[in-house]
Design a protein around this ligand. Structure first.
Ligand SMILES: Cc1cc2nc3c(=O)[nH]c(=O)nc-3n(C[C@H](O)[C@H](O)[C@H](O)COP(=O)(O)OP(=O)(O)OC[C@H]3O[C@@H](n4cnc5c(N)ncnc54)[C@H](O)[C@@H]3O)c2cc1C
Length: 313
């Protein structure tokens, strides 16, 4: 049961911005907005449906430059696009684990970013792929790196009269690999209890560069783990250095306790999942066919990890 609300469906971009500036709630796929309005909960008296805005549509990939993804791009589009599996595997892993197939057909990347949930599955992968948000209003466009876009819990660097128009993501070189792991309580549709994404470039001597690590549900916003990245940058790949990075992640992540899990358990997971995801990203960086899945195994099969090392919580 939804409360009554006034619905606008503009085709003119500036009209949509003006409606938003006057308090109308933007809706794209509606899988957060309308769910939040259910049960008589009041989210907005006015809703502006942005699905007809040409400025928010379209996807393209240009070799050497990268992706341009309209904010209305659905998770299903990302999941089914071979370019994503080949060059941006962590994004395939993130977007293909959002809700169910039905949800992924409706739900958009823009909505996932602008809902601001720390558990959002596409954000960590986009953070490690160095995504840039392009927001647009009546006065033009602004580009903000995704890792600077969140200013607090569900707070963004966006003006009342601006919409998220598109996301730009640079191309990846042949020696790059990325990975995302979503830890869930059950093997069916569920939100991330915790997640880790990683991106790494590897030279012929196994030296790592451009390392980026992002954490899901480890704080009030999706976040990068800069201290762990610094541990790995310029270092030769080894079990020991990966474990050192996992220790840094576990110290930097500040998850909270909730009914889903204690903070202590989430810190424990951050450590162990980081080890697995970094190994996977490195394996993918070395692989000739990067679109192939690499089996994700927690603990078992991790060299040097017969026992879980001690972590500072
Ligand atoms: C059953 C179910 C399962 C789910 N499972 C997952 C899951 O596993 N992982 C996950 O990450 N999420 C999950 N979600 C949440 C949701 O599907 C995602 O967050 C989705 O990406 C939201 O996209 P949307 O287009 O539906 O957003 P909407 O609901 O339309 O909007 C979400 C928010 O973004 C704002 N907004 C949308 N587009 C723009 C724009 N272009 N500019 C400015 N503001 C904008 C809206 O005002 C609103 O605040 C689930 C939801 C449901 C109902």
């Amino acid at each position: 049961m939804l409360n009554d609300f006034e619905l606008f469906m503009p085709t003119d971009f500036n009209e949509a911005c003006a409606l938003k500036a006057n308090g109308a709630k933007p809706v794209a796929g509606g899988t957060d907005v309308y769910v939040n309005m259910h049960g008589g909960k009041k989210e907005a008296d006015q809703v502006v449906d942005i699905k007809n805005l040409a400025e928010l549509k379209g996807t393209s990939y240009t070799a050497g430059q990268g992706l341009v993804l309209g904010a209305l791009t659905s998770h299903r589009q990302i999941e089914e696009w071979d370019v994503i599996k080949k060059n941006y595997y962590a994004m395939f892993q993130g977007c293909s684990q959002v809700g169910s197939v039905q949800i992924r057909y409706r739900a958009t990347l823009g909505g996932n970013i602008m809902n601001g949930a720390p558990s959002a599955d596409s954000i960590g992968p986009m953070l490690v792929h160095d995504a840039v948000c392009v927001v647009k209003g009546p006065n033009g466009e602004r580009k903000i790196p995704l890792d600077k876009f969140y200013t607090g819990f569900k707070k963004f660097d966006i003006q009342p009269d601006e919409l998220l128009a598109r996301i730009e993501i640079p191309d990846t070189p042949a020696n790059a690999g990325s990975a995302y792991y979503k830890y869930m309580r059950r093997g069916a549709m569920d939100l991330a209890l915790m997640g880790v994404s990683a991106y790494v470039e590897l030279d012929e001597n196994d030296v790592m560069s451009h390392v980026r690590i992002a954490l899901t549900t480890a704080g009030p916003t999706p976040m990068r783990s800069y201290s762990a990245e610094a541990v790995l940058e310029g270092q030769k790949y080894s079990d020991e250095i990966i474990i050192a990075a996992a220790e840094a992640v576990a110290s930097e992540g500040k998850p909270r306790s909730s009914w889903r899990s204690s903070a202590e358990f989430r810190v424990r997971l951050l450590h162990d999942v980081t080890i697995m995801v970094l190994h996977e990203a490195v394996k993918r960086a070395k692989a000739e066919d990067k679109a192939q899945p690499i089996k994700q195994v927690l603990y078992k099969g991790q060299q040097g990890l017969e026992e879980r090392p001690k972590v500072q919580g």
